[in-house]
Write a protein that binds this ligand. Structure first.
Ligand SMILES: [Fe+2]
Ligand SMILES: [Fe+2]
Length: 195
């Protein structure tokens, strides 16, 4: 499999972990309880910084080449490219709303905040799914080794500040939470295996 697609899939798995976390907090919010707004803000800070400025531009190169080589992919590619823009826009809107909440300057209604978060999480999940199920497999079929090589050369690798070799200071708390949840999952799997 192309290294580019392998990296994109690995990044999807990381984004999905953050969506799990975000949705768990949104579920708490929905019950009327106080979720961990700071954690939600960390998730959105990461999603609006790294995936929006690095993951999606990488996909733009793959999808652009796919569309050149296979005209029938035009509609689905167009949809995904537009979603990269709308997700970035909506992500920033939700992040700013959370920032206001954390800084106690939010005048936003709980319902509005919940709606922004739920809509964003659903849109991003469905976006990842369409890419994984429809478009990555098609790109793997259509693009040639020379296309992948060219895309790989055009991608400027940037260290992932959360899932990369070193965790940036601003994402340390979020990283610890991810590790904690992973350890919990492993414990639950082990209990299920011995049950
Ligand atoms: Fe995408
Ligand atoms: Fe993606």
């Amino acid at each position: 499999m192309s290294e580019v697609i392998k990296r994109l899939n690995a990044e999807h798995r990381n984004i999905a972990k953050l969506l799990d976390l975000l949705e768990a907090e949104l579920a708490i919010f929905h019950t009327g309880e106080q979720p961990d707004f700071e954690l939600m803000l960390d998730v959105m800070d990461y999603l609006t910084h790294y995936p929006d400025t690095f993951h999606h531009p990488k996909e733009d190169l793959v999808f652009g080449r796919l569309r050149q080589l296979d005209g029938s992919s035009h509609h689905i590619v167009e949809k995904l490219l537009k979603e990269h823009e709308s997700l970035a826009r909506e992500g920033i809107e939700f992040r700013n709303a959370l920032r206001g909440m954390v800084n106690d300057e939010a005048l936003m209604l709980r319902d509005t905040l919940e709606h922004l978060g739920t809509h964003y999480a659903e849109a991003l999940r469905s976006h990842l799914y369409t890419e994984e199920v429809q478009v990555f497999p098609l790109a793997l079929e259509v693009l040639k080794p020379s296309d992948w090589k060219e895309i790989d050369e055009r991608i400027n690798q940037r260290d992932d500040p959360l899932f990369g070799a070193a965790v940036a200071v601003e994402f340390q708390d979020l990283f610890k939470e991810i590790l904690r949840l992973e350890a919990e999952d492993r414990r639950q799997d082990a209990t299920a295996d011995t049950a």
